[in-house]
Design a protein around this ligand. Structure first.
Ligand SMILES: [Zn+2]
Length: 152
């Protein structure tokens, strides 16, 4: 970006001109950085392509070697395929989660489940675990009171 010259700044205040010229400097610096980034990205793509080619060459070499060994009767291709798959799966298996079953962000074992919620029985007003209650139209009553009520 071009900076303002003295004749473009006629009628403007001095501080505005310097701010505009500072902005022009920043824009020019950003444009330079963008150019550097473009070069780096292009280089990364070149490296990626070269690595892909190198990997393909290794793959072809291994295939040719396996075929030659199989022809010579030195190698059981099925067994080799099985062994290679097993080894690859073992090496690329995800590592055990740190901290055990509690999850990656927790240390130690998983936390105990929260205690069961307790409720007050409508009949006897005892505090009982919610799993030991019956829900009625008026609220929860305990198993004991339910039995007493239904057998009466
Ligand atoms: Zn009760």
């Amino acid at each position: 970006m071009e900076k303002l010259t003295w004749w473009q700044t006629l009628g403007s205040g001095g501080s505005e001109i310097s701010k505009i010229n500072e902005a022009a400097d920043e824009i020019n610096a950003l444009a330079d950085q963008a150019g550097d980034l473009r070069k780096k990205i292009r280089r990364l793509f070149e490296l990626d392509r070269d690595q892909g080619r190198a990997l393909e060459e290794v793959k072809i070499t291994v295939e040719v070697l396996i075929a030659a060994l199989a022809r010579a009767g030195v190698l059981d291709v099925d067994q080799l395929t099985h062994d290679v798959r097993t080894e690859i799966e073992a090496r690329f298996a995800p590592p055990p989660r740190p901290g055990g079953p509690g999850g990656p962000y927790r240390q130690g074992p998983a936390p105990a489940p929260p205690p069961e919620r307790k409720v007050l029985c409508l009949e006897c007003e005892c505090e009982v675990p919610i799993s030991q209650t019956y829900v009625t139209a008026h609220g929860e009553i305990c198993d004991r009171c339910y039995v007493l009520k239904t057998s009466a």
